[in-house]
Design a protein around this ligand. Sequence first.
Ligand SMILES: Cc1ncc(COP(=O)(O)O)c(C=O)c1O
Length: 455
Amino acid sequence: MTEADLWKLEANHCSWEDGIRSTEAPKIFQSCEGCLLHDAEGIPFLDLQMASATASFGYRNKRLNRTLKDQLDRLPQLASHYLHSEKIEVAARIAQMCEKIFRKKGRVHFNVGGAVAVEDAIKLVRNYTHKNGGFAFMGGYHGRTLGATAITASYRYRQRYGHFGDRAHFVPYPYCFRCFYGLKREDCGLYCLKQFEKLFDTEYYSFWDSKAGECEFGALYMEPVQGTGGYVIPPKEYFVGLKKILEERKILLVDDEVQMGFFRTGKFWAIQHLDIVPDIVVFGQALTNGLNPLSGVWATEDLINPKTFPPGSTHSTYAGNPQGTAVALEVLKLLDEQNYEKKVTEKGRYFLAQLKELQKKYPKIMGDVDGLGLALRIELCQQDGTTPNPELTERIFLEGMKGDLKKNGTNYGLVLKVGGYYKNAFSLSPSFEITTEQIDLAVEFFDQLMERCLK
Ligand SMILES: Cc1ncc(COP(=O)(O)O)c(C=O)c1O
């Protein structure tokens, strides 16, 4: 079947709501390997988003694929009335890792898909605190189920369907390049944090009962680096201060690591960069290298022990499924065997340095270039260095998808992900296995695209 035939069928028979449609006729890919996607003509596309930051260990990773194939031949499925060793071992490894990092005992609860795991976190909070509402961040993204959209900033996701439960109160994320209050980090004195604390000054600001010393909300939901928001890296001091404010008011902290967990930022959890301890961690995506939608939550023992959070009310048929947990166990073994902290940090540092070098050529237009591990961002602006430039961002993205970038006589494409509050940021989540040569090639291609689109 030709691509034109497939597009025609898609136009008639597929819902467009189950994908992200950034072009009229999205590219159809045929195969993948390592950091590359291949189209029908065999043109390689260097991928800097790796299946939405899920395939951290490279496409068709031999070891992980073999694990999945072996599991298929041994115990591919099992009703969740029963147990299998992989589920227990994955839970134990994650819980032990959290105990080591956070010095708190806890347990792991599985589900499928990031948004549903976010819903489990909401249930844990409501069950424990008996409070429905929560704080969340502007620019935050936690998924598109009805519950998750209530704590996700964009009205667009709620506009057609509404949401279940209380819509969060959204506060500005410390996005210093575009400070909500128009301040500069050098001399802001963490004004945004002070504004947050001010909400508790009096009951007349609506959340706080000063007589009872009690907040109407049970938790604050955060991303340690905003993912869909455009890989916004916050200053640590903000979150250290925030955690103190929350703790003093008995408000739980839910850390959504769905996109940043498992070393994307160079640490097992991205929140480790912020030196704070959450009450709940939500994870998914890279845990199975994107081979299975396994997701889950870790929560402290008092929130999740079987007496407080008894079996039955959040179960899903595929939660903790054998295929997902088998791959997850192999991923966790891989993380144990190799020093990913060093690997990701070094590669990220090199990639960021090359991007900063390129920024010198386009100092205003590449308005902000930043990164933490292999979570990197390029924010494109107008000539004033600040006004967002979504038009240029889209043009570059589309040019990259044409597959006609040249290197040593070979045609290539460059797969970029557009994100950010103004759709003017590229969020780069390359494979942890990307080579120095491929990083250089990516920067060279990005330069070619800039030159082409600025003409
Ligand atoms: C931080 C974060 N939370 C939750 C989700 C939702 O995950 P899913 O798309 O698997 O439902 C995502 C998805 O990108 C995410 O980045």
